[in-house]
Design a protein around this ligand. Structure first.
Ligand SMILES: [Zn+2]
Ligand SMILES: [Zn+2]
Length: 278
């Protein structure tokens, strides 16, 4: 019974991602479906949506939410305390390198992948995004697990310079790791093609859960200190969320917070506090 609820809990994350992506896809579809977008405009749009959402969500978490003591205390997910350390700083050089990376990635992805038009069917989009997040999580799990093996660790150490974490640690990684994690994120569209409205929606939500996952807060998508523990302990919790870690038995049990959108987390919480189920 407990195992079942734990899996539901992981699935809650997938559902939140799929529903949020579907909503954003509808918005992009509504804005763009009457406009002819050539290749270069699509590249620019995809790059701009990715970059603007990355900085604006990250700054919102760090400069608005964390500056409000009540909110910060209420939303903190981190349980295991770590020594404070300075976080990645914004230098013009870092920002320019980051933008060159993401523009080049957008250019290569859209050049190599065939374009498809999936329309705005809610059910079809929901199914697509659900499949994408489960597949992306699986692929990320496998690559991330490999990056923690001795012979590949060097590639991943830059991301682990921070035992504590803040939103922008999400983007703090070596070029090789950037390429590997981008492939893990997008490989499914190489098989099924890309729809620009889906791609933009995925970029925004991807940035949102990635930044939140590194912020030590539990705002909407992230319901535990799952990734905080990964940064603190340097082992276990290799997935985006705990589903594949449960499957492959590499879970470093996270401390769960009450869910915001669905009741599964609340159910789990109630059951845990009555502690009579195992
Ligand atoms: Zn790692
Ligand atoms: Zn991380």
């Amino acid at each position: 019974m407990k195992k079942f609820f734990n899996l539901c809990f992981e699935f809650e994350f997938y559902l939140k991602i799929a529903i949020s992506c579907t909503i954003f896809q509808e918005i992009f579809y509504w804005l763009l479906h009457n406009i002819e977008l050539n290749f270069l405009i699509q590249v620019l749009l995809y790059w701009l949506v990715s970059s603007v959402s990355f900085y604006s969500i990250g700054l919102f978490i760090e400069k608005v939410i964390k500056k409000n003591d009540t909110l910060k205390e209420k939303l903190t997910a981190r349980v295991k305390k770590v020594k404070k350390q300075p976080f990645p700083c914004f230098t013009a050089k870092n920002i320019i390198i980051g933008e060159i990376r993401s523009f080049t990635a957008a250019l290569i992805i859209l050049y190599l992948v065939p374009e498809v038009n999936r329309g705005n069917s809610l059910l079809l989009n929901l199914g697509w995004f659900l499949m994408r997040i489960v597949a992306a999580d699986f692929c990320f799990y496998v690559f991330h697990w490999l990056l923690h093996r001795k012979f590949l660790q060097k590639i991943h150490l830059k991301h682990h310079e921070f035992a504590d974490s803040s939103s922008f640690v999400a983007g703090h990684k070596s070029l090789t790791e950037y390429i590997i994690t981008t492939i893990a994120d997008i490989w499914l569209i190489f098989i099924f093609g890309y729809d620009i409205t889906q791609l933009c929606a995925w970029a925004i939500i991807g940035n949102a859960y990635n930044l939140e996952g590194h912020s030590s807060l539990s705002i909407f998508f992230i319901s535990s200190d799952f990734h905080d523990l990964h940064h603190t302990c340097f082992k276990g919790n290799y997935g985006i969320q705990g589903f594949w870690d449960r499957v492959f038995n590499t879970l470093n049990p996270p401390t769960k917070k009450l869910g915001i959108m669905f009741p599964v987390a609340s159910l789990k919480y109630t059951m845990k506090s009555s502690s009579d189920l195992d």
